[in-house]
Design a protein around this ligand. Structure first.
Ligand SMILES: Cc1cc2nc3c(=O)[nH]c(=O)nc-3n(C[C@H](O)[C@H](O)[C@H](O)COP(=O)(O)OP(=O)(O)OC[C@H]3O[C@@H](n4cnc5c(N)ncnc54)[C@H](O)[C@@H]3O)c2cc1C
Length: 357
């Protein structure tokens, strides 16, 4: 197996990410080596109200650069060849599989490679996906600033603010150590999101040490992960297939599940249990997001008030990747949340499905 990666060295930008404990089961050793902190509690804020949710299984803060380096070492141990500074350029069917054109980033020279199957894990603007005929994905801007951790904040607690006037998503502050955290937001339009983000930083008196950002794909419906090209096969994993939980716009655990699913599909002649359960999970997060997207300030205030103890227990018991189980338990214990969710789904003035400029 040959892995082509356009970056020249295994020193990608450092970035901290929050993932559920499911990461440990999926990646084992590679996950362990990249964990820099554990999160035991979420504090939710809206309009002067607050609720705390204790997690039974801590979420993990991982360092992306260390994770990439650990995964690269594992791939090499398993027999894969890593070819850095090589960019996928194009591909065509050759009657006997696929001819892939790979470009050296340093000098633009091209090499042709034969493959029976290729897997595109090349992110939201996947060139592999375009070359095989998948439609481009809609994306939203994500902005993050590394800030000194406020004195009143524990390093095992994440803060989330719902400010529907600024964004239908939310702001977060994730501690990466006892002294620093990542403050972030997801929005809809880039310019507006930056404006609100800067105001939020000012209001909280947080001085950014550095900024990080990118566009994140929005999951709108399941994207079939395989296409035939002549007698060859093309597969997509991760952001390239919009395998991102649209409720929180987290794509690490779901992307690895997508990769596991594609491996199962290749080994089992197409069938994959992991891909079926991933699809169900992503669809469920889409339903949650459709509901939350229409929430107004009074709905968030109501939600935080309704997070009474039995309902909160449900949120902590399960990993956040098990959205449908969480929602079911919360609804059983706190039926008024169902009405709130339905109201969100039925309101028509604001929709995640509406085309944006
Ligand atoms: C600032 C920020 C914070 C985030 N925080 C979180 C978080 O806390 N939790 C979470 O779950 N998710 C988070 N995400 C989302 C998460 O990072 C993505 O969902 C995840 O990285 C997707 O992985 P991927 O491998 O599919 O794509 P990517 O991480 O985009 O990787 C694609 C790779 O393909 C390479 N590549 C691209 N084009 C080519 C080409 N033509 N040829 C060869 N190589 C190519 C790129 O160099 C890159 O290495 C965050 C994203 C950002 C931007």
């Amino acid at each position: 197996m040959r892995v082509f990666e356009r970056i020249e060295t295994l020193e990608p930008e450092a970035r901290t990410l929050i993932v559920t404990h499911r990461m440990r089961e999926l990646l084992g050793r590679a996950a362990e080596g990249s964990i820099v902190n554990e999160i035991r509690r979420f504090e939710l804020f809206t309009d002067g109200r607050a609720a705390t949710i204790e997690l039974d299984h801590p979420d993990l803060i991982i360092e992306r650069r260390a994770l990439i380096q650990n995964l690269a070492a594992e791939a090499q141990r398993a027999g894969a060849t890593l070819e850095l500074g090589r960019r996928f350029h194009a591909m065509r069917s050759n009657g006997n599989g696929l001819t892939v054109e790979v470009e050296r980033c340093a000098d633009g020279s091209r090499e042709e490679v034969h493959a029976d199957a290729i897997i595109g894990g090349d992110g939201a603007a996947s060139r592999v996906a375009r070359a095989a005929g998948w439609a481009p994905l809609e994306t939203v801007p994500l902005m993050q600033a590394i800030v000194p951790l406020p004195k009143d904040m524990a390093p095992d607690t994440v803060r989330v603010w719902f400010v529907p006037q600024d964004t239908p998503y939310f702001y977060w502050l994730i501690p990466e150590s006892a002294t620093r955290g990542a403050l972030g937001v997801i929005g809809e339009s880039g310019a507006e999101t930056r404006h609100h983000f800067e105001r939020f930083l000012e209001k909280r008196k947080l001085d950014p040490i550095e900024f990080q950002g990118a566009r994140i794909p929005v999951y709108k419906r399941w994207i079939p992960v395989r296409r035939k090209m002549g007698s060859g096969s093309v597969y997509l994993v991760g952001d390239a297939a919009a395998q991102v939980k649209v409720s929180t716009v987290g794509g690490i655990v779901t992307g690895f599940r997508g990769a596991l699913g594609v491996a199962e599909a290749i080994l089992n002649g197409g069938a994959s249990r992991e891909l079926r359960t991933l699809r169900r999970e992503l669809d469920f997060h889409l339903l949650l997001r459709r509901s939350l997207h229409r929430f107004e300030q009074s709905d968030y205030s109501h939600l935080v008030d309704l997070l009474n103890d039995p309902a909160k227990k449900s949120l902590g018991e399960y990993s956040r990747d098990e959205a449908w189980k969480i929602l079911w338990r919360v609804c059983v214990r706190q039926p008024r949340l169902v009405l709130l969710g339905l109201r969100g789904l039925l309101m028509r003035n604001k929709s995640i499905d509406k085309p944006r400029d």
